[in-house]
Design a protein around this ligand. Structure first.
Ligand code: SF4
Ligand code: SF4
Length: 305
């Protein structure tokens, strides 16, 4: 039987979130609250209203339908978030997509059919396939399992990006349907982890050790999203690499800070606290990679290829 899930969008022909050519599905909802989140529209389990000023042509149709007068007619059609009740009526009349609803219910069968349509492309690229991302795929485990299981039955390579924060009984049920796991470790220090993400890292580290033990053949890449001044120091990278070596994980990808998410925060009407942070320079990234290589043999910078 088909399951239903809440998503933000598909992204086709992605090349950094797994091997080969991939189609990504972003599931909506996440138990963490990372201050640097790159997909803020995927955090909540509710619909989101996004406003893209560059697409607005000033037709005023949104003002006519907004019953709570949450839209300012000042030439940029800004939304007053304190008044907006997310009825989404403005998104139905906006002719340009300047006002857009994020969030869509979809059946797993529809998702799988979409993926099957891309199979010829996957088959022509080395280990190409699908990647479940988010938000957090483990937040909707039945939906994720149904998709992964059916894709595998069709011979499609399956991957998942996760923060690993769920009960292990859930994690193991999802992981058993994967060919590739991309697993984030945000900080080795529990207190700092909690400060940056809202949760302890204990369950995340324990789950990773259990996955390695229970799925010895699964290809696992650990990723560290480097956040300036939070986790991009040599000590944290060294501690992470030591931990990985201790549980038998040999692949680590360090991801330079990506400031491009600022446009998404603006569209959601949120002031992003990292908007002025900059990407780490290449010299620093190399230094971190060298530190990690003392414990982990396969260290990459900036995504899998
Ligand atoms: S979502 Fe509804 S309340 Fe919010 S700005 Fe649009 S029409 Fe107004
Ligand atoms: S309906 Fe869309 S394009 Fe027209 S004024 Fe509103 S936001 Fe701009």
């Amino acid at each position: 039987m088909s399951k239903h899930g809440f998503i933000t969008n598909f992204q086709d022909f992605a090349v950094h979130d797994g091997f080969g050519l991939r189609v990504l599905l972003f599931l909506k909802g996440c138990p963490l609250r990372c201050t640097w989140c790159q997909n803020p529209e995927a955090i909540s389990t509710e619909y989101e209203l996004m406003f893209h000023p560059k697409l607005c042509k000033g037709c005023g149709k949104c003002l006519e339908v907004c019953e709570v007068k949450a839209i300012n007619n000042d030439g940029t059609e800004k939304v007053d978030r304190s008044k907006c009740n997310k009825c989404m009526k403005c998104t139905y009349v906006c002719p340009t997509g300047a006002l857009a609803r994020k969030g869509k219910w979809i059946s797993s069968d529809e998702v799988v059919q979409t993926f099957i349509d891309y199979k010829p492309f996957f088959d022509n690229s080395d280990k190409g396939g699908i990647t479940l991302s988010g938000g957090e795929p483990l937040f909707q485990p039945e939906f994720a399992i149904d998709i992964l299981q059916k894709c595998r039955e069709k011979g499609i390579h399956t991957a998942m990006e996760t923060c690993g924060y769920a009960n292990y009984s859930v994690v193991s049920e999802v992981v058993k349907h994967l060919d590739l796991l991309m697993y984030d470790i945000k900080h080795m220090d529990e207190i700092k982890h909690k400060k940056g993400t809202g949760v302890s890292n204990k369950k995340i580290l324990e789950n990773l050790a259990n996955i390695r033990r229970d799925f010895p053949d699964l290809e696992i890449f650990i990723r560290i999203p480097l956040i300036p001044g939070f986790n991009d120091d040599e000590e944290n990278i060294t501690q992470t690499a030591k931990f990985l070596a201790s549980i038998g994980i040999d692949k680590l990808d360090i991801l330079p800070f990506n400031f491009l998410a600022d446009a998404k925060y603006n569209a959601l009407g949120i002031e992003w606290r990292h908007k002025r942070d900059e990407r780490q320079d290449d010299e620093h990234l190399q230094k971190l990679a060298e530190k990690a290589k003392l414990y982990v043999p396969d260290v990459t910078i900036g995504g899998l290829r």
